[in-house]
Design a protein around this ligand. Structure first.
Ligand code: PEP
Ligand code: MG
Length: 892
């Protein structure tokens, strides 16, 4: 019989950390902590299989579940000496969701479940504190109504505010037990009005309501969006955790808090966190009260006048420190912990691997490997390659003048600049229109995920370093300043103001997520410098990876950046990108619009010295590393003159009539330029273009090697080939040019001629083509376009629904379609190798910088990947992880 429910508590558990798929992350870790003998309030986990069952059976439960839940409740009762629903000694529970991966889009938590008009009296009596009991009951009604009954919390907040005003109260703590009792009557009326049913008094009905809400929340819109953004399969489902309540709000010897075993922002090896005396868990996360530091050192550093946990409860603090050390050692990773202190007794509520910035990930990985806690290979695997992007973010130039508007907490590093928006929908809309925005909110909630995603950075006026905004922004790698308390936000008028300065929607601000400053206007930024840890980890990655990493670059600036990021050559120089500048475009247009070879040769003669100089510079920067130069591959429409002015300019240069040029330009118009007169087709029609480029490459190589004293490896690449015959024709011209240059200069430049595999036919005929081609570079942008029959330029208008509806797992232009396009890559690689065993294989489509696609390239046996300069570090790390993954698989 399937086991649907797993209990834990009192030093034992039915599950453990390896049961994550079944118990969810939270459930597995609660079980594991119980097994370690740590103080965990007893409870049970309803498995993710129940969630799967729930959706497969029209939202119903397995037959035996009710009995299993009753038995598990009785088990908690035995351990705590309380009974669920008992009027004398009632057991209260929390109900929390818990998927395999943490999912902020889902229902989170209901606390104090089991309270009703009778049990609240027992709680008051047993705790000896009426005020606490009725405060807990009203919190429960509000929380339950919000997450289970979907009643807007404003209904309750408005009543509370009005009541406080009437009574002349300022803080919630001013309310007495009698006040809360009176408000509870009103709260229950709100529930009855909004849900058309009285607030449920039966604790079992409450519990099943909460369990149903957790499972239902797996399919709410926020959870679906979150899953889509984080590649979490729908089939995973969530678990439900039911756990005996412990109270952090039982007076001044009680507290609740969150902590990280290392600083999640910088990675520094120090206990880091926040807590609140006399509070419940949601008070810390909601950011309504400003929390206190845990350690004295952190309090001093933050210049806080509120005492640290280390000073207010030293014994519990010392016990907590021991627990944190034990957990970090046990899990061999930085831990994110939630705890509660109930009347001087420590309870651990959650342990999970802590979310961290890329900077912190890097530092903790390197330091943990150096401490001997993990291996170097594990350190490599610990850093998410795509997150390295964060380290490459700009920071504010310290020399730049700055007009400080306000200061908040440095919640997520990096600087960002953009127009102020006050709603997530506005953020998304403006981003769609190509604008850069900073999302400004009092505080964020899971409903803001799309807006946070669309913004350059996030500013909140409330909330600590562990508030929603801070945690989510760090995960996304977006700069964030949280808790900028002096900023007043007026949503209705769409303004923010600080001490007399008012800014409105659309005004520009800069935020510095590293210092917490909020600055008026756009402030100059610096490109990032990479830390020692970065170099160390990259060194470890380089030592284990098999594939080389090259860059796609055609400008000297890009090539230099790529070199500093560790590129091992150029994998794609798109020569058509070298022709957009003013002085060149006219010559290129002359070349295209000439209707005879003589005219074309005249234009080419103007371009030759420019190209020679371009190539010489690239070879020089790459200093002996391989450089692959692709022959001209322009979609023609990008180069044709459009305006009369542009036509007149070319006409003048060619000494031709504007009318004729206009006609010629019209003749060259194409319906499908992407499938038109481009790639090798240009060299077939006008071989003199390929000849000019080949000459420029050879002469540039000679110049560079004379200057640097290093041999230059020139790789000439022919694009968009579909047959061997096309390649043969062009290669003959290149070879002839090589012979000519050798004769003229006496220098025999080493070179190779290869091709891109960008068309399905080329992939299929790779065996023939490899008889001529000395290397293949997979142009997966075009190969995706032509295999899927989806225009690269037009995909965005219809691809959205495909990924949203799960018809395609990813945008195939971002992450390689491994089943389709990938099969062509594998097939071409195998056929190419069979024909020419020494053939060199690479990839230079955008997928060359995408970690999942890089893992595929490793499996396909490619020799290198090539990507844009800023993705080179990502590719180095991803290639190392791919090599390690393969090793792990072959050892298994
Ligand atoms: C490709 O098609 O993958 C490629 C690299 O070439 P381009 O993007 O220039 O068409
Ligand atoms: Mg291409």
């Amino acid at each position: 019989m399937t086991k649907w429910v797993y209990t834990f508590g009192d030093g034992k558990a039915e599950g453990n950390a390896s049961g994550r798929n079944l118990l969810g992350g939270k459930g597995a870790n609660l079980a594991e902590m119980s097994n370690l003998g740590l103080p965990v309030p007893p409870g049970f986990t309803i498995t993710t299989e129940v969630c799967t069952y729930f959706y497969a059976h029209s939202r119903t439960y397995p037959e035996t579940l009710q009995g299993d839940v009753d038995a598990a409740l009785a088990h908690i009762g035995t351990l705590t000496g309380r009974q669920f629903g008992d009027d004398v000694n009632p057991l209260l529970v929390s109900v929390r969701s818990g998927a395999r991966a943490s999912m902020p889009g889902m229902m989170d938590t209901v606390l104090n479940l089991g309270l009703n008009d009778a049990t609240v009296q027992a709680l008051a009596k047993n705790a000896g504190d009426e005020r606490f009991a009725y405060d807990s009951y009203r919190r429960f009604i509000q929380m339950y109504s919000n997450v289970v009954l979907d009643i807007d919390p404003h209904n309750f907040e408005d009543v509370l505010e009005e009541y406080k005003e009437r009574k002349g109260y300022v803080l919630d703590t001013d309310l007495t037990a009698a006040d809360w009792q009176r408000l509870i009557v009103d709260y229950k009326k709100i529930v009855e009005r909004e849900s058309e049913k009285p607030f449920p008094q039966d604790p079992r009905a409450q519990l099943w309501g909460a369990i149903g809400a957790v499972f239902s929340s797996w399919m709410n819109a926020r959870a679906i969006t979150y899953r889509r953004l984080h590649d979490i399969p729908e089939s995973w489902g969530t678990a439900v955790n039911v756990q005996a309540m412990v109270f952090g709000n039982m007076g001044d010897t009680s507290a609740t808090g969150v902590a990280f075993t290392r600083n999640p922002s910088t990675g520094a090896h120090e206990l880091y966190g926040e807590f609140l005396v006399n509070a419940q868990g949601e008070d810390v996360v909601a950011g309504i009260r400003t929390p206190q530091n845990i350690t004295e050192a952190a309090r001093i550093a933050a210049q806080s006048d509120k005492p640290s946990m280390e000073t207010v409860m030293p014994d519990v603090y010392n016990q907590f420190v021991r627990v944190t050390q034990l957990l970090e050692k046990h899990y061999r990773d930085m831990q994110d912990l939630e705890f509660t202190v109930e009347r001087g007794k420590l309870w651990m509520l959650q342990a999970r691997s802590g979310k961290r910035t890329a900077k912190a990930a890097l530092r903790t990985a390197v330091e943990m490997a150096n401490e001997g806690l993990i291996t170097r290979e594990e350190a490599i695997a610990r850093v998410e390659p795509a997150a390295l992007d964060q380290l490459l973010h700009p920071t504010i130039d310290p020399k730049a003048p700055r007009k400080i508007l306000a200061a908040g907490l440095p919640a997520s590093p990096g600087a960002a600049c953009g127009e102020i928006v006050f709603s997530s929908d506005d953020a998304e809309q403006l981003k769609g229109a190509g604008r850069k925005v900073i999302l400004v909110r009092v505080e964020t909630s899971p409903e803001d995920i799309h807006g946070m995603h669309a913004s350059e950075g996030i500013l909140t006026t409330r909330g600590g370093m562990t508030s929603h905004a801070a945690v989510v922004a760090r995960g996304m790698g977006k700069p964030c300043v949280s808790g900028a308390g002096t900023v007043r936000v007026d949503y209705a008028n769409e303004t923010l103001s600080v001490a007399g300065t008012t800014l409105k929607k659309g005004d520009i601000i800069t935020i510095d997520g590293t210092s917490g400053q909020v600055l008026i206007g756009a402030v100059a930024m610096l490109q990032p410098e990479l830390s020692g840890d970065f170099g160390t980890l990259m060194g470890w990655a380089d030592a284990v990876r098999r594939m080389k990493v090259r860059t796609n670059a055609e400008t000297p600036a890009d090539a230099r950046v790529a070199r500093t990021f560790g590129a091992e050559g150029i994998g794609l120089c798109r020569t058509e990108h070298m022709f957009f500048e003013d002085d060149r475009i006219v010559a290129v247009r002359e070349m295209i619009l000439s209707d005879n070879e003589k005219g074309r040769r005249a234009a080419l003669a103007k371009l030759l010295p420019m190209q020679r100089q371009d190539f010489a510079e690239l070879f020089e920067i790459m200093s002996g590393l391989p450089v692959t130069i692709r022959l001209l591959d322009p979609p023609l429409h990008e180069f044709l003159p459009h305006t009369d002015e542009e036509i007149a300019e070319v006409a003048k240069a060619m000494n031709a009539s504007a009318e004729r040029l206009k006609q010629r330009s019209a003749d060259l118009h194409e319906f499908n330029p992407m499938l038109g007169f481009r790639g090798v087709r240009l060299a077939v029609a006008f071989p003199e273009i390929a000849e000019m480029q080949a000459r420029a490459i050879f002469e540039g190589a000679i110049a560079a090697s004379q200057k640097t004293g290093k041999a230059v490896t020139a790789e000439i690449m022919v694009p968009l080939v579909m047959t061997k015959a096309e390649l043969d024709l062009v290669k003959a011209r290149i070879d002839a040019m090589h012979a000519a240059v050798k004769q003229e200069t006496g220098v025999d430049v080493p070179y190779q001629v290869g091709t891109m595999i960008e068309l399905p036919r080329a992939a299929l005929r790779a065996g023939d083509i490899a008889q001529t081609a000395e290397f293949f570079s997979f142009g997966t942008n075009d190969l995706t376009q032509t295999t899927l029959g989806i225009s690269r330029d037009d995909a965005s208008s219809f691809l959205g629904p495909y990924t949203a509806k799960g018809l395609l797992p990813h945008d195939p232009f971002v992450t390689l379609d491994q089943e389709g396009v990938g099969e062509l890559v594998q097939l071409a690689a195998a056929r190419g190798k069979a024909a020419r065993p020494a053939i060199k294989l690479g990839i230079c489509g955008e997928h060359g910088g995408d970690p999942a696609s890089i893992a595929f390239c490793e499996k396909a046996g490619l020799d290198y990947v090539s990507c844009s300069p800023f993705r080179v570090p990502i590719a180095r790390l991803a290639a190392a992880q791919a090599a390690l993954g393969k090793k792990a698989a072959s050892q298994a």
